[in-house]
Design a protein around this ligand. Sequence first.
Ligand SMILES: [Zn+2]
Length: 207
Amino acid sequence: METLTTHTRNVLIGVDIQNDFITGTLAVKDGAEVIEPTNKVAEAVRSTDGTVAFTRDWHPAETPHFDTWPSHCVAGTEGAEFVSTLDIQETDSIISKGTGLTDGYSGWEGISDKGETLETLIAPRNTQETVRVFLGGLATDYCVKATGIDIATYFAGNERVTTYLLRDAVRAVALNQADEANALKALEAAQVLAISSEEAIAMIQGE
Ligand SMILES: [Zn+2]
């Protein structure tokens, strides 16, 4: 007889921690502060054989997206590279988005070179598995918001997937003063739960 043991898999999604968003053409204020907490949670997730994925803006040189924003994260350029202090391991997945003529705010539309998507990386692998998704990166009011809402909305009917926002591992562009608060409200409304990276690590190690 099969034993019904439940297993929790931890997933870290690091959103767009790329040079252009930290020091480049579209630098987010205090964006570099997301790096350390993201690295720490990624390490904790890997130590439980979890899943670590990093999304990246990977735009063509010309796209309608650059009517809205200054040119940034053009595929293959230094600005599009992940920040050198971001700890990326060979087993991690890299999800590229905005590769066509779309804005590519959401990592949900992205795909890795191996054909992985956030959907395939997050979805429980069997009926005994529950999944905790931890979300950090840039920027709170654009790509983090879009990615978090898409994940939480897709898995809304699935009690085995819970999505958390790492509150200290995200920073906002905040073109308008209320943008950050509105993004946090929208994520909360989508059932993305805000916690600190310390709380996340305690949760991961408590398994
Ligand atoms: Zn972009």
